[in-house]
Design a protein around this ligand. Structure first.
Ligand code: G1P
Length: 263
């Protein structure tokens, strides 16, 4: 629920998914995170006030930015056992269908949403699609890293290997998993028996490695910039970059920023 400019980080991921035509949203949350569920509910007082004041553009924007009735589900991960375990907690709701997965702390900003771009790749190749991007070599140990072969065109490569949080010297490339995935439901069976990996956590990357024996995995280098809002500098950068991209804020914000930078 951390705010970037004027809305929570998680809202950006939901809007990215809405843009891509995603129809149902499953939020895996934890104890004390009830604010997330409330956030995606109807903001009755706010919407009534906007309507009464004739602010129809703002009203329509707010309406378009929340899932439709019955299109949001919430499930709790009782213990923080890792990303793989969090995804597994959604198995009954997702069912036997391919699904898109977003890690909302990775805010991806660009002309076209990352998921919309990934769905184009999925419609060409099927299988499992993982958004990747290049980071400075010394940062690879913070992420999942992919090894690639076979250029399929359109910034898409076949994935031949993956490793979660490798040592810098062992990383197979500088291409990291960016927190957006399109996965097949067979991943849940792998997650069900997945042993803890890096950091003692049940890792999604390890379950994907197991599924690679049976299914295709493709990486996609999306257009856009990622801000890691789980990192203080990344979070600050997200606020500055997104504010500079907002026509209603940029003219007032840029002089303030220039002054601060010159200090
Ligand atoms: C998770 C994934 C990792 C990915 C990263 C992106 O790690 O396990 O592969 O690169 O998200 O943010 P976490 O940030 O949960 O440690």
């Amino acid at each position: 629920m951390l705010t970037v400019v004027d809305k929570p980080v998680i809202q950006y991921a939901v809007e990215e998914a809405i843009e891509a035509g995603i129809e149902h949203f499953v939020f895996v949350t934890g104890r004390g995170k009830g604010a997330i569920e409330d956030h995606f509910d109807l903001a009755y007082e706010l919407e009534a006030t906007l309507k009464a004041r004739g602010k129809s553009a703002e009203f329509e924007m707010l309406k378009a930015s929340r899932p439709m009735a019955g299109a949001a589900s919430f499930v709790r991960q009782q213990e923080p056992l890792g990303l793989g375990h969090a995804v597994w907690c959604a198995r009954d709701i997702v069912g036997d269908e391919p699904f898109a997965l977003a890690l909302p702390d990775m805010l991806i900003h660009g002309r076209r949403g990352c998921f919309a771009q990934m769905i184009d790749v999925y419609s060409r190749h099927g299988g499992n699609i993982i958004a990747v991007e290049e980071v400075p070599h010394e940062h690879v140990n913070r992420y999942g890293v992919v090894a690639l072969a076979d250029d399929m065109g359109h910034e898409t490569f076949r994935i031949t290997g993956m490793v979660e949080k490798p040592k810098v010297e062992d990383a197979p490339s500088d291409l990291i998993i960016s927190g957006r995935y399109i996965l097949q439901p067979e991943i849940f069976a792998k997650l069900a028996t997945q042993k803890p990996g890096a950091g003692g956590e049940i890792q999604l990357t390890d379950a994907m490695i197991a599924l690679m024996d049976e299914q295709d995995f493709f990486s996609y280098r999306f257009e856009g910039t990622t801000y890691d809002c789980g990192d203080k500098v990344g979070y600050l950068a997200a606020n500055v970059a997104l504010a500079l991209d907002r026509p209603d804020i940029e003219p007032k914000f840029r002089p303030v920023l220039d002054k601060l930078v010159k200090k």
